[in-house]
Design a protein around this ligand. Structure first.
Ligand code: IVH
Length: 722
């Protein structure tokens, strides 16, 4: 690890500053680009402060590439214009969002290169299309001298101050020789070829180098930023707002005239191309392929996306498109498609440009995940547990690959925060399998003054009182199974594929059955007769028989499916499986104490309590009995062998207030681990667990020589320590 003592006090300040800058550059690269810091943050901060102090003492030694420039500085009146030495082009978009878009591109390139079917597959580079904003970074002799936005492609804006605040962007390209001791690096200003495992060497940094790429904001950074913004708004700070999506937040940050504000907006960068670069004839690098060029940029310290890949021919482009499409929702950042580029730079030159787009590249988009539409109404839906959810009814819109007509507004606070009103133009988002949501309203599109939405205080379905418990985000209908909406949802939950699975029993049919009063409780399902079914609207004899067959089939299920199907709050599929494995039999689960439930992997205090509460309700037990009586069965097993429990044979006495656990929780945890809890201290007591303001029990323990634990020690024992 780097030690500050490297600098003897007699070293002259200029040399010290140079060395500090170099060391800080190294660590910034490790921290921001490689995600592998080698010194603690506090150590970095200390060195940074040391440099700041020196710079304050020696303004004449200030440098634009000093790491201290990353925190922002003066406030600009406006951005200066920058004429790009090489225009920043855009790329043609392949609008076909099917995988065949890749085939179209390959066919076109082959045609333009005059290839026939007999010729081999073409080599491409396939990259994600990052959803941020294009940036051109100009380095002269390795030092970042200018950062400019794309603008109209010819002239952009000088946003250097703001871009310097991005930790991932090198201010000074000193190729970081990783794994080498910092103190052994060459002096600042030296440029050198980098050796890499495998003997590959990379070109020297040329005198002029423009790196182009995308400035973007990571999703987690975006969420954290918006959380901070919400706190500011709540604290009454003026002029603060939340951002609609990471791209808008990134664009806003880049265009901040006050760079200290930009410095607080966490931005990232991916390099994907070049602008002006010293020609090979003048000593600049000579690359054969685009991929090779990206590798060099990486070796110089620029972030290059790991997903970038070489692909041969249409088949591999299609595979790339599909693979990235699948990974899209799980990436840490937004992408809106992929980009294919001819890998050979010679072939790129041969194809050249049409108007302002290169012939050798194409953007292949994914279906958009955000679209504009109009709100036709706002409904409140009632879920299985009585939760009321405000839902915007939308003019149909194609988003995320499907037509969407409903989008959730989540809950009262969210609906109020977004202030969605009937008639509004809104951004709707549907990403992956997540239910569509309203992201935000376009306020200037609002016509007139439509009514503000308020949550009803009564269930819109059964009229029961709806309550919002303290600390909860949701209103809940208190009607329970009296509420037909909750009944319907419970039935659908029970009949779903992951539960007992009644094929063909969908929401339309359940609506009909419940509305017609044919079904009141779950077990009524198994009392359905052919006549009752066939008398429903749009129900043919064949379909009715299919439903009856499916019901019959569903009677033979498994304990985890049945348990999950009961719809106990907080009991998902995984928990149901664990419960079944642990107890083996339903009756054992129904009768288990909270402490016994806590012994199940996956079950914490909230879940244990919820299970207990569920089976404490006579009507829930009745439902279980009725289902069994109707012939619903599953194989039951023996309880899983109990592992040797860490506290078995031990007796505990609790006294005083523990820092995090209350008395009941501590007791449950001890019991779940096989221990006993007693009310008073005796010679038989194994341990006294003492918290703040422990009283006479602690005195007694000391008198009798009983071991005393604090909460941390108890927790250690619970985890299996001695
Ligand atoms: S290459 C000459 N590669 O998409 C080709 N662009 O019009 C220049 N973009 O706003 C662009 N990811 O900022 C390229 N991997 C990628 C990209 C990418 C995102 C953006 C770029 C520009 C637009 C292209």
């Amino acid at each position: 690890m780097f030690t500050p003592d490297l600098f003897a006090p007699e070293d002259d300040d200029a040399a010290l500053m140079a060395q500090l800058r170099q060391v800080l550059h190294q660590h910034a690269h490790r921290y921001y680009v490689l995600d592998a810091p080698t010194i603690p943050d506090a150590e970095y901060d200390r060195l940074f402060k040391q440099l700041q102090d020196l710079e304050a003492r020696h303004p004449e030694l200030a440098a634009p590439d000093s790491p201290t420039q990353r925190i922002g500085g003066k406030v600009l009146e406006q951005f200066a214009s920058v004429r790009h030495a090489v225009p920043m082009l855009s790329i043609r978009t392949e609008t076909d969002t099917e995988a065949s878009g890749a085939e179209n591109f390959d066919a076109r390139i082959r045609r333009e290169l005059g290839l026939t079917e007999a010729d081999p597959a073409i080599e491409y580079v396939a990259e994600p299309k990052f959803d941020g904003l294009a940036m051109s970074l100009r380095y002269e002799h390795g030092v970042l001298v200018q950062a400019a936005t794309r603008g109209d492609g010819e002239v952009g804006e000088d946003v250097t101050q703001n871009i310097r605040t991005i930790g991932q962007i090198p201010l000074n390209i000193v190729a970081p020789a990783l794994g080498t001791d910092v103190s052994s690096l060459p002096p600042e200003g030296a440029r050198f070829a980098l050796g890499r495992p495998g003997g590959k060497t990379y070109p020297l940094v040329p005198p002029v180098l423009e790196v182009r790429g995308e400035v973007y904001m990571r999703r987690d950074d975006f969420e954290a930023l918006n959380d901070r913004q919400r706190q500011r708004i709540a604290a009454g700070e003026r002029g603060e707002k939340t951002f609609v999506n990471p791209r808008n937040a990134a664009a806003g940050a880049v265009r901040q005239l006050d760079s200290t504000i930009a410095a607080q907006r966490p931005l990232s960068f991916f390099a994907y191309g070049l602008g002006e670069v010293t020609a090979p004839e003048a000593g600049g690098p000579r690359w054969q392929t685009h991929y090779d060029m990206l590798q060099t940029l990486k070796s110089w310290g620029f972030p290059v996306c790991d997903l970038v890949n070489v692909a041969h021919g249409a088949t591999e482009l299609v595979a790339f498109y599909q693979s990235i499409g699948q990974q899209r929702d799980g990436l840490g950042y937004d992408i809106d498609g992929v980009v294919y580029k001819l890998n050979s730079l010679a072939l790129q030159r041969r194809l050249g440009f049409v108007t302002r787009e290169p012939r050798w590249a194409v953007a292949h988009k994914f279906p958009a995940q955000e679209m504009l539409t109009t709100v036709l109404g706002i409904d409140v839906q009632v879920g299985r547990t009585g939760k009321l959810t405000p839902v915007a009814k939308l003019a149909p819109v194609f988003v995320g690959g499907v037509t969407v007509t409903n989008a959730t507004l989540h809950n009262e606070d969210e609906a109020r925060r977004k202030d969605v009103r009937v008639g509004d133009t809104v951004i709707v988002r549907r990403a992956g399998d997540v239910i569509p949501e309203v992201v935000s309203v376009l306020p200037d599109q609002r016509q007139g003054n439509p009514e503000v939405f308020t949550m009803p205080h009564q269930c819109p379905v059964c009229g029961s009182v709806a309550v919002r418990e303290e600390g909860e985000a949701d209103y809940r209908c208190t009607g329970g199974l009296f509420c037909s909406a909750q009944r319907k949802q419970s039935i659908l939950h029970f009949a779903q594929r992951r539960a007992v699975e009644v094929e063909g029993l969908g929401d339309k049919l359940v609506d009909q059955l419940v509305d017609a009063g044919v079904i009141h409780t779950l077990s009524d399902l198994y009392r359905l007769g052919f006549t009752a079914l066939v008398n429903l609207e749009r129900m043919a004899g064949k379909s009715a028989q299919n439903i009856l067959d499916a019901l019959e089939k569903s009677k033979h299920t498994t304990l985890p499916r049945f348990l999950f199907g009961l719809g106990i709050r907080h009991v998902g599929e995984a928990t149901a499986k664990e419960l079944a494995r642990h107890f083996g039999k339903l009756d054992a689960i129904m009768d288990a104490s909270e402490a016994q439930l806590l012994a199940v992997a996956d079950v914490g205090p909230i879940v244990a309590k919820s299970i207990r509460t569920f089976f404490d309700q006579p009507h829930n037990r009745e439902v279980v009995e009725q289902l069994r009586a109707c012939g619903v069965t599953w194989p039951e097993g023996a309880p899983a062998p109990v592992a040797a429990q860490p506290l078995s044979g031990k007796t505990f006495v609790l006294t005083g207030t523990l820092p995090t656990l209350d008395r009941e929780e501590a007791k449950a945890l001890i019991e779940a681990a096989g221990g006993k809890v007693a009310g008073s201290v005796s010679k038989k007591t194994s341990y006294v667990v003492a918290g703040a303001e422990a009283g006479s029990k602690l005195d007694k323990a000391q008198e009798l020589g009983v071991a005393v634990l604090d909460e941390a020690q108890l927790k250690e024992m619970l985890d299996g320590g001695s």
